[in-house]
Design a protein around this ligand. Structure first.
Ligand SMILES: NC(=O)c1ccc[n+]([C@@H]2O[C@H](COP(=O)([O-])OP(=O)(O)OC[C@H]3O[C@@H](n4cnc5c(N)ncnc54)[C@H](OP(=O)(O)O)[C@@H]3O)[C@@H](O)[C@H]2O)c1
Length: 291
């Protein structure tokens, strides 16, 4: 059963296409005020008006920010807080793969920063607002590929060895460590934190791969991929269902609890990654995370 979202504020990152776009549409249809964070203003405006056209009383707002810049993430969190005093659901959805190793403006590897570190910062900066609105929910969109991931502390930025797959798997595993560690730290606050695998979804995901990888992945997505509507179901379920009220620190797939990889339960790695992430953010933009 779905909770009434009429008085709720939901924030979805990466809503210009795929899973994030459908998630935003669905939550708006259910009556929530939906704030979409997109890096491209034109695309963001187009999604906003598409939702408003589809549902006449939809309440959609746009924040433009690039998750490849920690300063931009901080500005986006401040922009949100200047407009809204409450946040009921935060969905950290944006992400993807990068064919070649590329550095962000912070001189960090793009996959690591866009999928994981920026969401770590964004969530941290919004925690006071989420606490003020408790019970509230944080939902991280990870991937089943995390099973192949390992946090290589000696080479987190993949300087020594880069492959799009291992970098992506590491970033998606990092999101799971973040979920579990944050859920522990927020115990008793009324904020739940969960993570999900959306399935193999025929979105724009494969447009960022090239060459033979693009061709093979294209075939795999064409044969086995599910629709974006199907792919968004677990995000929408975790955001809206009364069945998951109070449920926290869980990994979901197809709207059901599943086991994440054995490695992802190593609390020592989770704590170490947390500390390293705090230090990176402190070094890059001087923000001290305290929770
Ligand atoms: N598709 C799958 O099979 C699959 C499987 C497992 C997990 N996932 C995860 O599901 C999430 C959604 O992916 P999708 O399949 O819906 O792919 P998608 O269609 O490519 O959507 C990705 C979204 O993230 C946004 N984004 C990427 N980098 C960004 C940045 N630096 N700053 C702001 N926004 C950024 C994209 O914006 P632009 O439009 O500007 O590029 C887009 O809105 C991702 O986290 C992905 O890793 C997908």
């Amino acid at each position: 059963m779905n909770n009434n979202l009429k008085e709720k504020v939901c924030l979805v990152t990466g809503a210009t296409s795929g899973i994030g776009k459908v998630t935003a549409q669905e939550l708006a249809r259910m009556g929530a005020t939906v704030v979409i964070l997109c890096r491209n203003r034109t695309k963001g405006e187009a999604v906003k008006s598409e939702i408003e056209k589809a549902y006449h009383d939809a309440k959609v707002d746009l924040i433009v920010a690039d998750l490849e810049s920690l300063k931009d993430v901080r500005r986006a969190a401040n922009e949100f807080k200047s407009k809204y005093s409450g946040l009921n659901v935060l969905i950290n959805n944006a992400g993807g793969v990068n064919n070649k190793r590329r550095l962000t403006t912070d001189r960090l590897e793009t996959t690591f920063e866009a999928n994981y570190l920026s969401h770590f910062l964004f969530t941290s900066l919004l925690l006071d607002t989420l606490k003020a609105s408790a019970p509230s929910r944080i939902i991280n969109v990870s991937s089943g590929i995390h099973i192949q991931g390992k946090i290589i502390f000696e080479d987190l930025q993949t300087e020594q060895r880069y492959s799009w797959m291992s970098s992506y798997a590491q970033a998606k595993l990092a999101q799971i460590y973040f979920t579990y560690e944050l859920a522990d730290r927020l115990s008793g606050t009324g904020i739940t934190v969960n993570v999900l695998h959306p399935g193999l979804v025929s979105s724009n995901f494969n447009s960022h791969t090239k060459g033979i990888v693009h061709v093979i992945s294209g075939l795999v997505f064409a044969v086995a991929g599910i629709s974006v509507e199907e792919g968004a179901k677990t995000s929408v379920y975790l955001a809206s269902s009364s069945e998951v009220e109070g449920v926290t620190r869980k990994y979901f797939y197809k709207c059901m609890e599943k086991e994440s990889s054995r490695l992802s339960h190593d609390k020592e790695v989770g704590r170490r990654l947390w500390k390293v992430s705090e230090e990176m953010i402190q070094e890059k933009i001087g923000v001290e995370i305290s929770h």
